[in-house]
Design a binder for this molecule. Structure first.
Ligand code: NDP
Length: 324
């Protein structure tokens, strides 16, 4: 038996249940990991609430963690017990131990701690594809990053600045704005009180942005289009305020032949080659100091419900890491 946090029915944070569960031996192609650090991500709340459907109920929450390989399933090569690994692996991470498809695991270099890895695999690999693959940010570009003080936001803002972009961020409070400014944002807009498209127009002298990175969704997407220059790109990568429904494609022509994409990390990491390349890029910018991983909240697995309340209540900044 291992300690885990399971969801038996979809609902609010209270449905996260800390309990002991059976863990079978690793199947062929899997490794068993004794987890030391577990990342918390906004996507965990979508699966808990039912906005995203799990394959079956009950399920163990969580999509990102790090730890030490305990044993190997049949046919696993290239990994050995004792290796330090991290992964983004569909559900099952809110647990003391889990079995992980070896295809998702990356060995950790000495300079990267388990805690940092758990804080950055899902968020940092996401930022890697957002900045290099969804839209290729070039030096001199101006971009807008929503929720710039969040887990993804702080990494995105620092990395984009490192690439030579001018970064405009949005944030919900003065404190979050100050944090975003200290982490790569040249300008920060308090989007709960200010008209953010008007501020972007002002800041850019009417030239607007090459791309907008919008993980907020419902509350911001349509106005985000007003921040993009002709032929620019809207990257809607999340929906912290609710999913975007009934999007009118005609808006893209009205605003100047814009492009829109709704990407997901799995589609970029589906081959070992790309996963390794993206992880190497991420570990590289972290090792060089260009991107710092801010773990601004720590908790025990048993406190998962409180952590979800804080995340959905917009109380958190940077990454959150839990320990078993
Ligand atoms: P964050 O730490 O960014 O938390 C979400 C933030 O969104 C809040 O802190 C808040 O910041 C802002 N927000 C705006 N409106 C709301 C609202 N109504 N309710 C709650 N929060 C709101 O979370 P993550 O870094 O984990 O994820 C950020 C986004 O990226 C999410 O939408 C997530 O789904 C997405 N994502 C997508 C991936 C992909 O591959 N497509 C992969 C990883 C993440 P503020 O107070 O400043 O407004």
């Amino acid at each position: 038996m291992v300690a885990a946090v399971r969801v038996h029915r979809y609902g609010g944070p209270e449905v996260l249940t800390y309990e002991d569960v059976d863990l079978p031996p690793p199947a062929p192609g899997e490794i068993r990991v004794r987890q030391t650090a577990i990342g918390v991500n906004y996507i965990d709340t979508y699966f808990r609430s039912g906005q995203y459907q799990a394959p079956s109920l009950p399920f163990i929450s969580g999509n990102e963690a790090a730890g030490e390989v305990a044993s190997l399933g049949q046919g696993v090569a290239g990994f050995a017990p004792g290796d330090r690994v991290a992964y983004v692996a569909g559900l099952g991470c809110y647990a003391a131990e889990r079995n992980v498809p070896v295809a998702a695991a990356v060995k950790l270099p000495d300079g990267v701690s388990d805690e940092d890895a758990a804080a950055m695999m899902l968020k940092g690999l996401t930022v890697e594809y957002l900045l290099h693959r969804s839209y290729k940010v070039r030096s001199g570009d101006t971009i807008l990053v929503h929720a710039a003080a969040g887990g993804v936001g702080l990494i995105l803002s620092q990395w984009a600045k490192h690439l030579g972009a001018t970064v405009i961020g949005t944030a919900g409070t003065e404190e979050k704005a100050a944090l975003a400014k200290a982490n790569g944002c040249d300008h920060v807009i308090l989007y709960r009180q200010d008209d953010f498209p008007a501020r972007v127009r002002e800041i850019t002298d009417g030239k607007l942005c090459a791309a907008v990175y919008d993980g907020v969704g419902k509350d911001t997407v349509v106005q985000s289009l007003d921040c993009i220059r002709p032929h620019g790109v809207l990257v809607n990568f999340g929906s912290a305020s609710g999913p975007v429904e009934n999007f009118n494609l005609g808006l893209l022509s009205a605003k100047g032949s814009l492009y829109v994409t709704r990407p997901t990390l799995n589609s970029f990491t589906s081959t070992r080659e790309t996963l390794d390349e993206m992880a190497a890029n991420l570990f590289g910018v972290v090792a060089s100091g260009a991107v710092k991983i801010a773990i601004n909240r720590r908790a025990k697995l048993a406190e998962a419900a409180d952590i979800h309340r804080a995340l959905e209540g917009r109380e958190t900044t940077g990454a959150i890491v839990m320990t078993p």
